[in-house]
Design a binder for this molecule. Structure first.
Ligand code: HEM
Length: 413
């Protein structure tokens, strides 16, 4: 799509899925950052829904993320579509969709469970899980990076942290896709079936919670069930919804970044070679991967009062999309921002949140997982090439491929 005039820019519908078919619409975001940093768009895929403001500059994302009094996560949740088939009251049981004071309590409870020690202690388990997934395809000479490696590793890692058995991974991935990938027909059940699936998820989680309340073990569900702030623990419904958040965040996010990063490395063989020759660089390269390919294209906020921003009047109740896929390519912050450069010095990207209290609780886990997944894939399957056309999920929210077919020299038995 060519955007020649100011009028073209003003009338663009950012939510048009055609613009997102191959990649996020980076050129349009670059123009918006220069010329129209607060931009109104309809939400055309969901015509009964109100439109939204796009926020595209790095500095604006930061300021808005810090100001929860004006820009609420709780009022409308974090996706642009108000009605995804799960009642808002349920969604608001998750810290990501809460403002203070509710959020303070929930975050404190989470932090008791999600400790850096627990994550670090998982390092060798993550390596073993990754190698197990690669073992499954290494002698075949071809695989799908998303469904054969990304999906299995991320599902098992979050499953082993939460304390669910491996045979349940597929079901949990399906529930997670259903919620986070609600815009994609392959992921989303019929609207009516959604509530039924949610009830099934409840029935799955609650006995596990009850069991861990009686007999705590070393997993995250036990830690969450027993965490306490001011004498209060998580309620049953909060337990189920936070389990859902961790499952969805743990599955869809890291899988998305892994797929996009491997694809970029395949397309940039000199950068891939650098990481193969000097694997110590992979930890920093992960930051560039997350900058270029944030798992979530945006998070939503909802205005709690009328406010002026760059000459536009945002009304109370209006939706705002904080576009990480744009802010992470802001030329006022990043040199040559469209270039994928694994040698880029450590960067202040916003992929895990642009500041303030909602900063991603799983960032340390995601970084560790991505480092190990890239390390092992590059080490064992160094000459991977594309074997077909990658397919992106149909989604404004999820910046993810559903399929990346690849081929490589098979490992000998
Ligand atoms: C590369 C992977 C990941 C990315 C890019 C990512 C990104 C984000 C973003 C953008 C936010 C919201 C920030 C905001 O609203 O201001 C967030 C919040 C959150 N993330 Fe992640 N995430 C990733 C992986 C994970 C993992 C693996 C987990 C846990 C298993 C996780 C758990 C959470 C939680 C619990 C929150 C809510 C925090 C709060 O509201 O206080 N994330 N993440």
């Amino acid at each position: 799509m060519t955007v020649a005039t100011e009028q073209d820019l003003a009338s663009i519908d950012i939510s048009d899925h055609d613009l997102w078919r191959d990649d996020p619409p980076y050129e349009i975001f670059a123009k918006l950052r220069e010329e129209r940093p607060v931009h109104w768009s309809p939400l055309s895929q969901f015509p009964h829904e109100k439109g939204f403001w796009s926020i595209v500059r790095h500095a604006d994302l930061k300021a808005i993320s810090m100001d929860f009094e004006t820009y609420s996560s709780e009022r409308g949740g974090v996706v642009l579509v108000d009605d995804i088939g799960v009642p808002l009251d349920m969604i608001r049981m998750q810290p990501i969709a809460q403002d203070p004071p509710r959020h303070d309590r929930m975050k404190a409870l989470f932090q008791q469970a999600f400790t850096p020690r627990r994550i670090a202690a998982h390092t060798e388990i993550i390596r073993a899980i990754t190698n197990h997934a690669i073992d499954g395809i290494a002698q075949q000479g071809e695989c799908d990076l998303v469904t054969d490696i990304g999906k299995h590793v991320t599902a098992r890692v979050i499953g082993s942290l939460l304390g669910t058995p491996p045979e349940d991974d597929d079901q949990l991935v399906e529930w997670s896709n259903m919620i986070v990938g609600f815009e994609d027909e392959d992921y989303r059940p019929e609207f009516d079936a959604m509530m039924g699936e949610l009830a099934n998820a409840f029935e799955y989680v609650m006995p596990m919670v009850e069991e861990r309340r009686k007999n705590p073990s070393d997993d995250l569900v036990s830690a969450l069930a027993h965490a306490e702030v001011d004498g209060e623990k998580l309620t049953d419904e909060e337990m189920v919804m936070t389990f859902g958040l961790l499952m969805a965040a743990g599955n869809d996010s890291t899988r998305a970044v892994y797929g996009s990063s491997m694809l970029a490395l395949i397309k940039n063989p000199e950068q891939r070679q650098l990481l193969i020759d000097e694997p110590d660089r992979i930890e920093d390269a992960v930051e560039e991967c997350v900058r270029c390919f944030p798992a979530f294209s945006y998070m939503r906020r909802t205005a709690t009062r009328d406010v002026e921003l760059h000459g536009q009047t945002i009304k109370e109740g209006d939706k705002l999309a904080l576009w990480y896929v744009s802010s992470n390519r802001d030329a006022t912050v990043f040199e040559d921002p469209e270039r994928f450069d694994v040698s880029r010095p450590r960067v202040q990207h916003q992929a895990f949140g642009a500041g303030g209290r909602h900063f991603c609780l799983g960032a340390a886990l995601a970084r560790l997982e991505l480092k190990i997944m890239l390390e092992q894939t590059l080490k064992r399957l160094p000459d991977m090439e594309l074997a077909g056309t990658p397919v992106r999920a149909t989604s404004l929210f999820l910046n993810q491929h559903k399929s990346i077919p690849v081929k490589f020299t098979p490992e000998s038995a």
